[in-house]
Design a protein around this ligand. Structure first.
Ligand code: ZN
Ligand code: ZN
Ligand code: FE
Length: 724
């Protein structure tokens, strides 16, 4: 068997199954996977295979099962044999797994020897990717190597009937990692409103009582994070349901073994405004390590802010020394421990749509689980984009997408990129034969790729990569209509693209439509100042709070073309609308204006604005009639929620109409939606329903992010095709 078959309790499972069925033989881990030899009555052997297929251990994932018939060896017993290493082979490394129910019972039962122990784990749960230094997955190859099991732990480890049989991080308070201070003190300090830096699974968190406005306000100030929402950790599901709407799919995501942050609509009037200013959604997760559970045990609070332990824009802090240095100005107190974090991982973020979990930030609990490319490809490295960077390696038919690296804009993040790349190359035994990169010449990921000497290089257009990522995760071949909407991507003509209709296949694409170009003055400044995009749409616009000389300057830049680039960006269209209607003229984090515009949209309003589509074959969507109309409405004092709803409806209709026109020319009926704009659930819902209603088959992201976190997968799929 290949797949995730090691470190998940598979050998004891096979062992116990064989004993139950009275079969003889053996089971072993090889560096290629898991091998079992069984002999007995053919009907019983069939039952054995059926049980493997239908009821494997909870964390296992059997990608491939190969069955060979052999001469009976005449064995009488069933044994677990030593692991064997095969050169060049590799086994899949498991992501980290949230504390299981059995372990929860262990550390919350007074009579249990692990009562109150913050590092309790077993073969069904605990740290994996964050502590593994090399394969095979054995304790000496993890950061648990420094701890020597006591007799009681060793006995569990050696007993195939025990839940901790060969659980590599197995530990107890006698022999395992220890906290730097008592958990009672941590609880007391949190309850008193202090900000704590707490060492977790993939890095440090900064935590405080979420219902204490002073503590939350202080954290926001000290972290220099103006408006970006803080994630919350709730004691249990009931505590989440008390403040948010939770669907069945949300519930599954919340309590599942990956334990991501789930974006939910909150009804939390009693929570401090500073948690998520201007945003009716909350990012909430449940405890995923014993330490987290213990922080809530008997505590007066049921909700903690749990935000990444970093200063804005830097990678999450992992080492104790680093934490004491970098977080000194933020945390009042530190709760650390002596188990090293080998691989940095942030909390993952998901949202559900149509009953399916959709990843927005793919990190802890997901990485380094591979995606299936459907065929064997050469070993490749795809370097990804810049914001929300991830990279992708390929091996056999696996795409190995790195965890979320973050904005590749500073030295610290580049180091994180390089460390993670070195680690994944080692774990999966990859030696890239070619490298793929984004066409943007200034991205650090591009520069990194171009600096790799002696390898063939493939420059991939940003939006082509978005669509290829959507195709790859949905297992699509051939040609599709790709709708790639986002904030920014380097266009093949040097313009900033971001509202694109492509006819795409892995080997290439034709641009068949886009949002009509507007002049965007000021490069990066324009991304932070939505009113500049508004001026691009509406040169005579007026803005509250923007000094008249600034407006004059930008107007002059646009008119003369100085430091001005044409853009078809949908992100800038959202900015323009937000600025024109007086919702927001400046942003503190990426896409803030677009998010706020989505959030205020009135429910049930189906009206639209006029727009035009200029003649094909390169269809250009002209929203000037819409902008003129909504600017007038705004001036006349029309409610913003109504304008926002009509704007969303219009944008969705433009998508559907443009796809129709492309279909009439190409006969293509499959549409892939990708790009950061489709994190907007309002637009996504309208576009999907409308496209389906028009007879299209629609494909979305679920396993990889629609934002630039998915770019690397698309780059890899494209480069693999070009190397055929
Ligand atoms: Zn467990
Ligand atoms: Zn022990
Ligand atoms: Fe993008």
């Amino acid at each position: 068997m290949r797949g995730i078959v090691q470190g998940v309790g598979f050998r004891p499972f096979v062992h116990n199954l064989a004993l139950e069925l009275n079969l003889a033989g053996y089971v072993l881990n090889s560096s290629a996977g898991l091998v079992a030899e069984v002999e007995g009555d053919p009907a019983v052997l069939d039952a054995f295979v059926k049980a493997l297929r239908e009821d494997p251990p909870p964390l296992a994932w059997i990608q491939e099962m190969e069955i060979l018939e052999l001469e009976a060896a005449g064995d009488a017993a069933f044994t677990i044999r030593e692991s064997v290493a095969e050169t060049g082979e590799f086994a899949l490394v498991s992501p980290d797994v949230a504390t299981c129910d059995d372990c929860f019972r262990d550390f919350t039962t007074a009579a249990n020897r692990r009562f109150g122990y913050a590092f309790t784990n077993c073969t069904n749960c605990g740290p994996r990717y964050t502590i593994i230094r090399d394969i095979p997955y054995d304790r000496p190859n993890t950061t648990m190597a420094a701890f020597h099991m006591c007799a009681a732990c060793q006995a569990e480890y050696d007993d195939p009937r025990d839940r901790r049989f060969h659980a590599q991080p197995n530990a107890c308070s006698e022999c395992g990692p220890a906290l730097s201070a008592g958990i009672e003190e941590a609880r007391r300090r949190l309850a008193e409103g202090e900000i704590l830096a707490i060492k977790g699974l993939g890095g440090f968190h900064l935590a405080c009582d979420a219902r204490n406005p002073a503590a939350v306000g202080r954290l926001r100030e000290r972290k220099r994070r103006s408006d970006k929402p803080f994630a919350l950790m709730a004691r249990d599901l009931a505590a989440v349901e008390a403040i948010c709407e939770v669907s069945d799919a949300d519930r599954r995501a919340l309590i599942g073994p990956r334990r991501p942050i789930v974006i939910l609509y909150g009804q939390a009037a009693d929570l401090p405004h500073a948690i998520a200013p201007g945003n009716p959604t909350l990012g909430v997760m449940l405890p995923y390590t014993p330490l987290h559970h213990l922080l809530f045990t008997g505590a007066p609070y049921s909700l903690l802010v749990m935000t990444s332990g970093n200063l804005s824009e830097e990678p999450i802090v992992v080492s104790n020394a680093e934490a004491r240095e970098r977080l000194a100005g933020v945390a009042d107190w530190f709760l650390t421990h002596d188990r090293d974090i080998y691989m940095r991982t942030d909390d993952s973020v998901v949202r559900t749509f149509e009953g399916t979990e959709r990843v927005m930030r793919r990190s802890r609990g997901f990485a380094p689980q591979t995606l299936d490319l459907g065929r064997r490809v050469p070993e490749l490295l795809a370097c990804g984009a810049e914001l929300k960077n991830t990279f992708c390696l390929t091996k056999g038919q696996h795409a190995i997408l790195s965890q979320h690296i973050g904005g590749l804009e500073n030295y610290e993040t580049l180091v994180f990129f390089e460390e993670t790349l070195a680690n994944l190359k080692k774990l999966f035994r990859v030696e890239p034969r070619a490298v793929a990169y984004d066409l943007h010449p200034d991205y650090l990921s591009t520069k990194y790729a171009l600096g790799m000497v002696g390898l063939p290089k493939f420059g991939v257009q940003h939006h082509h990569a978005h669509i290829a990522a959507c195709m790859a995760e949905n297992g699509l071949g051939g040609e599709v209509i790709g709708v790639a909407f986002d904030g920014t991507g380097y266009g093949a003509d040097g313009a900033i693209w971001g509202g694109e209709f492509l006819v795409a296949r892995y080997s290439g694409f034709e641009r068949r439509g886009h949002l009509r170009y507007i002049p965007l003055a000021g490069g990066d400044a324009a991304v932070r100042q939505p009113w500049r995009a508004a001026l691009g749409y509406l040169i005579d616009a007026h803005f509250e709070g923007i000094p008249e000389n600034h407006v004059r300057l930008v107007r002059r830049m646009i008119e003369s073309g100085v430091n001005t680039v044409p853009t078809s960006s949908c992100g800038r269209l959202f900015d323009a609308v937000a600025a024109i209607i007086g919702l927001r003229t400046a942003v503190n984090f990426e896409a803030q204006a677009a998010i706020e515009l989505e959030m205020i949209a009135e429910v049930g309003n189906t009206a639209r604005y006029p727009f035009e589509i200029e003649a094909g074959p390169l269809w250009q969507i002209d929203f000037r009639p819409m902008i003129a109309r909504l600017a007038r409405e705004a001036e006349e004092g029309a409610p913003k929620p109504s304008i926002s709803a009509k704007f969303h409806n219009t944008l969705a209709e433009a998508i559907i109409e443009t796809c129709r026109r492309i279909r009439s020319e190409t006969k293509l009926t499959r549409v892939c939606l990708s790009g950061g704009t489709f994190q907007n659930m309002r637009l996504l819902g309208l576009a999907v329903a409308g496209l389906r209603g028009a007879g299209f088959e629609v494909f979305l992201h679920a396993k990889v992010p629609p934002n630039d976190g998915g770019i690397a997968l698309g780059q890899a799929a494209i480069a693999a095709e070009l190397m055929r």
